[in-house]
Write a protein that binds this ligand. Sequence first.
Ligand code: NAD
Ligand code: UD1
Length: 340
Amino acid sequence: MSILVTGGAGYIGSHTCVSLLKAGFDIVVLDNLCNSKGSAVKYIKEITGKDFTFYRYDLRDIESVQSVFEKETIEAVIHLAGYKAVGESVRKPLMYYENNILGTLNLLKCMRERNVKKLIFSSSATVYTGALGKAPFQALTEESPLAVTNPYGRTKLMIEEILSDLYQSDPEWNIISLRYFNPIGAHESGLLGDDPNGIPNNLMPYIVQVAAGKLEKLNVFGDDYDTKDGTGVRDYIHVTDLADGHVAALKKLKNFSGIFTVYNLGTGRGYSVLEIIKTFSKINGIEIPYVIAPRREGDVDMCFADPSKAERELGWKATRNLEDMCRDSWNFQKTVLQID
Ligand code: NAD
Ligand code: UD1
């Protein structure tokens, strides 16, 4: 019996594959490599010393997804495949709805056909951010109000609603939606990490490219937020901790019979942009030149999790600190530079 990991060659997926293999699960990976490289698959095998089958298939093509379920004995699915860039989703909403929604529907249909009813879905803290700013900020619990402000976020919320409807219609389904906060960091080997194409949108990939001299300076988006130093505060979580969260969720899923539930995966701590720059500089001994720039549209002051439900029910807790995240992010970038 194998765990099918969609998007398993991607940033979070590749780390999740490592965690699963290390925990003794057999896996099958499906990814069309639209935002990742085949070398990630090779590195997962190298790091773990374990083999698995990789299908370079697209979830939008239902026949190829069906063929995976025919060839393999799948016990559960971890579904990470999708597009994730907020700005791009505003410019190309149909592309996002087609990939994220249609891809998920195809997967769910194939699962139902084969009576595979255990699923872990990659959701996001973005499902909360549209509701923020109306009241004083409090750490986000799974019961906090939900609202989204862009097509990417809408696909995440829609999929959660689809999954909830599916469970209502057939309570034999076992579904966990994991709401990730801000994953950064990389595998300690330096072989797996976040290596976006083009100019990065997110903070840590941008910082490492400034450190590497690929970009001149960081634009800090706003220093007049209602936070400790005026810059935006987020809940950064080491991607390996996040990956381990999937293993904890999978173990829990095995014991359930009929459930749809959600968990926040975050550390419960918020760091500002300036704190990230300072820690990165200190731990890696590299100055990060920056300028204060206008606020980025759609950004919120503060966003961090109350991760206590995951700790209570999954026995999972993030263990790596900000220094680990900054060190490992840079270590990965150095490996990329050597390969380039
Ligand atoms: P990623 O782009 O590195 O990984 C996604 C993977 O899915 C890629 O390897 C891509 O090639 C693959 N993929 C995309 N569309 C596909 C399709 N139609 N068929 C097959 N494969 C396809 O992104 P990531 O950061 O690893 O994110 C994984 C998941 O977690 C995504 O669903 C994302 O929305 C969600 N998420 C990410 C973050 C984050 O900050 N990285 C935060 C919250 C949620
Ligand atoms: C982004 C996504 C969000 C997703 C989340 C987790 C956007 C608008 N939102 O949010 O949907 O769920 O990642 O992956 O992309 N910053 C700078 N300069 C930069 C880049 C970022 O100052 O060049 C600041 C931002 O203003 C923010 C913080 O750094 O305060 C983190 O930004 P980012 O890494 O993009 O994550 P989120 O804004 O949380």
